[in-house]
Design a protein around this ligand. Structure first.
Ligand code: SF4
Length: 192
């Protein structure tokens, strides 16, 4: 891994000077330490940080899992710590779709429409066994996993997942975004 700041996207006249050797800071510290010590970063990283601190979920619940999802805004779990307590009633103002519950075939088209109305970047969490795989409902009425109609970023297991499990999924999503992992729709192109 290079220890030159310009190789990590930091651009200034001095750093882009091709014949200029490493600066004093670059020689003494690694890039990560410089970022921490001096409070500098790249615009891309700053934008990603801001996006993870304002990832507003869509107001959307399907079944029993939704009750667990609702509790994350309460004082006990306090999702406001991540700037996420603002569940939006319009998909145009939401970044995160938490599919909480079993998806009936009749609901597939409305869910897809809601997802399509969300602006990019956007993320999807499949919450619970039913949303992830159909769960115990292996029958003609239930979609056997929401990833058949949407690109899913994070799967949260269990029936139902406790709010802590959903929070864990959200934190994993934040970590992936901060690390530069693109949303699922970019990695998978279109949902099958
Ligand atoms: S995973 Fe369990 S709690 Fe969640 S919707 Fe299915 S049956 Fe209900």
């Amino acid at each position: 891994m290079s220890n030159r700041l310009r190789d990590h996207g930091l651009q200034s006249e001095r750093l882009l000077w091709p014949t200029k050797g490493p600066s004093h800071f670059e020689e003494e510290l690694g890039v990560e330490e410089i970022e921490q010590a001096l409070g500098i970063t790249t615009l891309e990283k700053a934008v990603r940080w801001a996006q993870t601190r304002s990832m507003w979920p869509d107001t959307f619940g399907l079944a029993c899992c939704a009750i667990e999802m609702m509790s994350i805004v309460g004082a006990r779990y306090d999702i406001a710590r991540f700037g996420m307590e603002a569940f939006r009633s319009s998909p145009r103002q939401a970044d995160l779709l938490i599919v909480s519950g079993r998806v009936a075939h009749k609901m597939a088209a409305p869910i897809r429409q809601i997802y399509d109305q969300m602006l990019e970047p956007k993320w999807v969490i499949a919450m619970g066994a039913c949303a992830s795989s159909g769960g115990m409902f292996n029958n003609y009425a239930i979609l056997q996993g929401v990833d058949r109609i949407l690109p899913v970023d994070v799967y949260v297991p269990f029936c139902p997942p406790r709010p802590e499990a959903l929070m864990e999924g959200i934190i994993r999503l934040h970590e992936a975004h901060l690390a530069g992992v693109p949303p699922a729709y970019e990695r998978r192109q279109v949902a099958t």
